[in-house]
Each structure stands twice: as C-alpha cells, then as structure tokens.
Design a protein around this ligand. Structure first.
Ligand SMILES: Nc1ncnc2c1ncn2[C@@H]1O[C@H](COP(=O)(O)OP(=O)(O)OP(=O)(O)O)[C@@H](O)[C@H]1O
Ligand SMILES: Cc1cn([C@H]2C[C@H](O)[C@@H](COP(=O)(O)O)O2)c(=O)[nH]c1=O
Length: 208
C-alpha cells in the first residue's frame, strides 16, 4: 500500500565527461543513503525505462542529425520522468540518476554546438517544474578521463569523440556549475576513490 503521507524524496543527478568516474560512485552513494534509512532508486540516462534503453542503444551507436540526437535524449527523459522519477519521488524514495538534462547542455550544446535556446525550450517542455535537488559534477582534465576510458572499455559513439569535443562538454558543465551554484557541486575527480567517497559523505550529510 502507498503511504500518502510520505514526504517527497530527493533527486540527485551524477554528471561529468565520459571517464570522469561518476558511475564508480553511484553504488557508494546509494549504499550511504540506504544506511541512513532512505529507499533509493538508481537509474540512468539515456535509458532507465524499457523504451529509454532502446533509445539509448540507438543514441550510443548510430549516427544521426544533431537535432534528432537532442530530441531523442529528451524523449528518453520524458519517459524516465513519467515512469520512474516522479512516481519514486512521490512515494518518498530518493532517486539517483546517472546523468540528466545538464548532460544535454554539455554534450549536444557544448560538445556539438546546438543552440542553447533550443535546449532550454526542450527543458521547459519536458520538465518545467522538475530539477535535481543536487547535481554531483565529477570534474577531471581530459587526459585523465581518456586514460581511464582507454584502460577499461570498448568505446561507444560519444566516447570516440576527440579532445576538443570533450573540452567543450567540460566547459559547458563548468559554466552551468557557475550558473547554478546552489544545485551543482563540482567534485575534483582526480582524487582517489577513497578521498572522493569521504567528500561525498560530507555533501550527503548536508542534504538531510
Ligand atoms: N578516482 C579515481 N581514481 C582512479 N580511477 C578511477 C577513479 N574513479 C574512477 N576510476 C576508474 O575509471 C574508470 C571509469 O570510471 P567510470 O566508469 O566511473 O566513469 P564514468 O564517468 O561513469 O564514465 P562514463 O560516463 O563513460 O560511464 C573505471 O575503471 C574506474 O574504476
Ligand atoms: C543524458 C545524456 C547523455 N549523453 C551522452 C553522454 C555519454 O557519452 C552517453 C551516456 O553514457 P554513460 O557512459 O552511461 O554516461 O550519452 C548525451 O550526449 N546527452 C544526454 O542528454
């Protein structure tokens, strides 16, 4: 039975250029919150729903027009919000998403050069009243991210992009962090995993 008196949960997004180390810390943050008695839903974008995962497969592996790419990112997001994020928050669960709309601004906007006004219009259409309560931006120099990627995996469409693409993505992430300092916390992800975990514990304490 659903508890209609449950207070709304909180929404945390994880961001950073590919290889910055964000995915490494998701399970740790989920476990830290669960130890504090929160129910946690972990998800990702693009993806997070059956339809979203199909869109993810296309987005990460097929060439397409830049605007198609942006629209499909937001289509995946619309489904994710409707099926996963909003129901969880209303139940009082906490939601952790591996990427959200800041990634569209960074990758389609910064990296690929799509007009920011178009992204803002999509954001207003798809989630006019929803923003993460906290965004953890894992920031590293490009060479560190590249070395981590090269050491670990077969690269997808985005991960095969060149250094100037990731430099533009990183700049846009940092620009947004300066624009929304109350929401976006920049984490120096060159630090060891243990040091980063200690930083995360401190940040989560403040969130309640
Ligand atoms: N602080 C760290 N120090 C050293 N290695 C790290 C650190 N954080 C992550 N790594 C390693 O770097 C690799 C990439 O990390 P991870 O998959 O978390 O990156 P990511 O930012 O989520 O990348 P993507 O967005 O492409 O999935 C992993 O092998 C991980 O173990
Ligand atoms: C949400 C979102 C994602 N992307 C890109 C960023 C990454 O390269 C991939 C997702 O892969 P990850 O390793 O699981 O982070 O998609 C994007 O370009 N725009 C977006 O809105």
């Amino acid at each position: 039975m659903t508890d209609s008196t449950a207070s709304r949960g909180k929404f945390i997004s994880f961001e950073g250029i590919d290889g910055a180390g964000k995915s490494t810390h998701i399970a740790f943050v989920a476990a830290t919150l669960e130890a504090k008695g929160k129910r946690v839903v972990s998800s990702r974008e693009p993806g997070g729903t059956a339809l979203g995962e199909k869109l993810r497969d296309m987005l990460l592996h097929e060439k397409m027009h830049l605007e198609t790419e942006a629209l499909l990112m937001f289509a995946s997001r619309r489904e994710h919000i409707a099926q996963v994020i909003e129901p969880a928050l209303e139940r009082g669960d906490w939601v952790i998403s591996d990427r959200f709309t800041d990634a569209s601004f960074a990758y389609q906007g910064g990296g690929r050069g799509l007009d920011r006004a178009k992204m803002e219009a999509l954001e207003q259409w798809v989630h006019p009243h929803l923003q993460p309560d906290l965004t953890l931006l894992f920031d590293v120099p490009l060479d560190v991210a590249r070395a981590r990627l090269d050491a670990t995996r077969t690269l997808d469409k985005f991960e095969q992009e060149k250094a100037d693409f990731f430099a533009a993505c990183r700049n846009e992430y940092l620009r947004r962090a300066a624009q929304f300092p109350e929401r976006i916390v920049v984490i120096d992800s060159t630090k060891s995993i243990a040091e980063t975990q200690a930083t995360l514990v401190g940040i989560l304490e403040k969130l309640g």
